[in-house]
Design a binder for this molecule. Structure first.
Ligand SMILES: [Zn+2]
Length: 69
């Protein structure tokens, strides 16, 4: 499975809508399920808060990557 394919098949949510788990890379970016194994980094969400630019790596689990298999 490849991260690139998953990123191209689904848009990433807006940075402001992420749960704590999602922003920490502990929950699936699309279904918010907690990740345990088989997680793949599917992209980076950029956000800006004042002068600070935030870069959040987001992950998805097998729950949302089945189309790759
Ligand atoms: Zn999922």
């Amino acid at each position: 499975m490849t991260a690139v394919d998953a990123r191209l098949t689904r848009p990433l949510p807006d940075a402001g809508t992420l749960t704590w788990g999602q922003s920490q890379g502990r929950a699936c970016i699309w279904c918010r399920r907690l990740l345990s194994h088989g997680a793949v980094m599917v992209g980076v969400i950029h956000d800006q808060v004042g002068a600070h630019r935030l870069r959040t790596e987001v992950w998805a689990g097998p729950c949302c990557l089945r189309s790759d298999q």
